[in-house]
Ligand binder design. Structure first.
Ligand code: SG4
Ligand code: ZN
Length: 259
């Protein structure tokens, strides 16, 4: 159908703009961040992630989202993101990952041209817009907090999520999982971050995202990456390399929260 898209072939990233014109915009994501060119902005205050530890009255729904990613969707009580010099409080909607078939690639953003094996995106919508769908195409409607991964020690906290991946191997499979504190997945409560204005990295590529990318990566073991690479897309191929090619920075600057 007209809304089909993929990461390779005739519906791949170079063709997205034919069905989704915003994908040809001038402030698209992801980008390479040249760490020598970023501007320190002292207004970029720390994030308050306190509500990321909430578990009561919260449902976590793990889904193989159209064969494009592994995603955890939140329903029930709201988890609020504050701080970070955002123009409003933002509400957590879902988180998802982008990864590679091998650990030398997988992240969407790059730092000084370097790819990481995986990137986590925590997607939030502006509180006063009321829902993710209302916020999608609004200026500053979304705030995405991103984390890179590096290969290292086995990360026991991630097993709270990965042990359910065998139940979402096929596209559109989903399962409710026992709620755990999102903070368990993140490296530290203080987040130093890069900040720039960009877009959704998938169709319809709306230019509605305030991006914040943590400078501190999450560590997982290579064997834990295999849980991601064991998933399948909607054509029963391995769900890997679900990252969009880099987009031009154009007139934008990237800011950083620390010197
Ligand atoms: C993934 O495809 C998610 O499944 C999408 O979530 C998400 O779109 C899309 O990535 C783009 O988000 O942080 N990578 S990104 O820019 O969050 C949205 C859903 O389709 C709107 C729910
Ligand atoms: Zn993403």
């Amino acid at each position: 159908g007209v809304t089909d898209w993929s990461y390779t072939g005739p519906h791949g990233p170079n063709h997205w703009h034919l069905d989704f014109p915003h994908c040809a915009g001038m402030t698209q994501s992801p980008i390479n961040i040249n760490t020598g060119d970023v501007l320190y902005n002292k207004a970029l205050k720390p994030f308050d992630l306190a509500e990321y530890s909430k578990t009561k009255q919260i449902t976590m729904h793990l889904v193989n989202k159209g064969g494009h990613t592994a995603e955890v969707e939140y329903t029930g009580d709201q988890i609020r993101l504050r701080g970070g010099n955002l123009p409003d409080i933002y509400i957590l909607s879902q988180f998802h990952f982008h990864w590679g078939s091998a650990s030398r690639r997988g992240s969407e953003h790059t730092l000084d041209g370097q790819h990481y094996p995986m990137e986590l995106h925590l997607v939030h919508y502006q509180s006063h817009l009321g829902s993710i769908n209302n916020a999608l195409d609004q200026p500053s409607g979304l705030a995405v907090l991103g984390y890179f991964f590096k290969i290292g020690e086995h990360n026991d906290n991630f097993d709270q999520l990965l042990k359910y991946f065998p139940q979402i191997k096929e596209s559109d499979q989903h399962v409710v999982i026992p709620t755990f504190p999102l903070l368990d997945l993140l490296p530290t409560p203080t987040v130093n971050y890069f900040r720039y204005d960009g877009s959704l990295t998938t169709p319809p590529c709306h230019e509605s995202v305030i991006w914040s990318l943590s400078t501190q990566p999450i560590e997982v073991a290579e064997e834990q990456m295999e849980a991601f690479r064991g998933l399948y897309d909607s054509t029963n191929h391995s769900l890997v390399d679900d990252f969009r090619p880099l987009q031009p920075l154009n007139e934008r600057t990237v800011q950083v929260s620390h010197r």
